[in-house]
Ligand binder design. Structure first.
Ligand SMILES: *Cc1c(COP(=O)(O)O)cnc(C)c1O
Length: 364
């Protein structure tokens, strides 16, 4: 085995996706899995298709491009609103995109017409997280400006919450989106097929809400891979939370004083916090560093603490048996750590189908 090795458990991702899909289907919500955290990896994209995905979503054209020659092509949704400079590729590699700028939609229309295809758009509405989207009061004027553009179909409206500011989807915001859908339909006498209520963070609201809603679609990433509620990072009953692990190898193991020796200046990564004197410690260096992974997103096994990290070294300590050179340590990851390690060329990726249940799975 080559290290560091990111192990992606396809069985668990498949399982999570199917379970989330079936729960939401009972509420008449369809979900589109988002592959951006795994760089649009074709193995994962294929497994999601096999698990029943009817559309795939990603934030990068480069990732969607990789999915272009699948044996069962399915529609692809670009979820970062397009750059003006990439519009031609958007038309080529995706059937549908999220949008919030008239100038860009006009250019999409131009190239869609040129290619003689229909491009579908979901107009994003800003509901408080202050990321992408048209302000609610501007939505009608916005649609009026694009409604008659050739080769553009307004497939729906959508919103994104809980990203920039962690703003929580609630009755007020979700009902406003439903009302806006009605308003657009009645003003322009059109039917909106998709009312996209957000990302993983919107599931909690949807499952609790008992009233009427027009929301019939979500774009889900994190919950499929991590089985967690994204707002509180709490495990969701029945989902696997450990589909992704990262294993690194120990290249040095020694007992050393915990305190540095000498006058200290700034370290390679800026100011250092005060060091606690723990006397002599059993420390090890792993061949893994900041160049590979978002270090705060590594979750070590019990009894092991991550002490610090440089570009290429991760320093850990244990209170248990001393580490051995050549020994490997397996970490669980957060979303951010998975995102970084998936896009690092230095990390090997293996796909497993292990159905083993370990202590984490048994928590449920
Ligand atoms: C990343 C993203 C998603 C998926 O978010 P998760 O929290 O991973 O479910 C959905 N929509 C948009 C616009 C995104 O950028």
């Amino acid at each position: 085995m080559d290290y560091p090795n990111l192990e992606i458990n396809c069985y668990k991702i498949h399982y999570n996706f199917q379970l989330i899909t079936s729960i939401l289907r009972s509420k008449n919500i369809s979900i589109t899995p988002v592959t951006k955290v795994c760089s649009g990896d074709p193995v994962i994209a294929n497994l999601l298709i096999n698990a029943g995905a009817e559309m795939l979503a990603d934030s990068r054209i480069q990732n969607l491009k990789k999915m272009n020659n699948f044996s069962h092509p399915i529609p692809k949704l670009l979820i970062r609103t397009p750059m003006l400079s990439e519009v031609e590729s958007v038309i080529k590699y995706c059937e549908i995109s999220l949008n919030s700028e008239i100038k860009i939609i006009k250019k999409l229309s131009y190239f869609a017409k040129k290619e003689n295809i229909q491009h579908q758009i979901i107009v994003m509405v800003e509901l408080g997280d202050r990321r992408e989207g048209v302000m609610p009061s501007d939505l009608i004027d916005f649609i009026r400006n694009i409604i008659s553009l050739p080769n553009i179909k307004i497939k729906g409206i959508g919103t994104n919450l809980a990203c920039r500011y962690g703003v929580i989807p609630d009755d007020q915001k979700m009902n406003l989106l439903s009302e806006l859908a009605h308003l657009v339909e009645s003003t322009f006498n059109i039917k909106l097929d998709i009312i996209s209520g957000g990302n993983s963070s919107s599931i909690d609201w949807l499952l609790k809400y008992k009233g009427e809603t027009r929301i019939n679609h979500l774009r889900i990433g994190e919950m499929i891979y991590f089985g967690c509620d994204t707002l509180q990072k709490k495990p969701i009953n029945g989902l696997f939370t450990n589909a992704i692990t990262l294993t690194a190898e120990i290249i040095e193991s020694k007992t050393k004083p915990s305190l540095p020796w000498g006058n200290r200046g700034e370290s390679s990564f800026g100011k250092q916090k005060e060091v606690q004197d723990k006397g002599e410690v059993s420390q090890a260096i792993l061949a893994l560093g900041r160049q590979d992974v978002h270090v705060p997103g590594l979750i070590p096994p019990e009894g092991i603490q991550i002490i610090s990290a440089t570009s290429d070294h991760l320093i850990i300590e244990t209170s248990g048996d001393p580490f051995l050179v050549g020994q490997t340590i397996t970490f669980e990851l957060t979303y951010a750590a998975f995102l970084f390690s998936m896009s690092s060329d230095y990390i090997y990726k293996t796909f497993s189908k292990n159905k083993d249940l370990n202590h984490h799975d048994l928590k449920f």
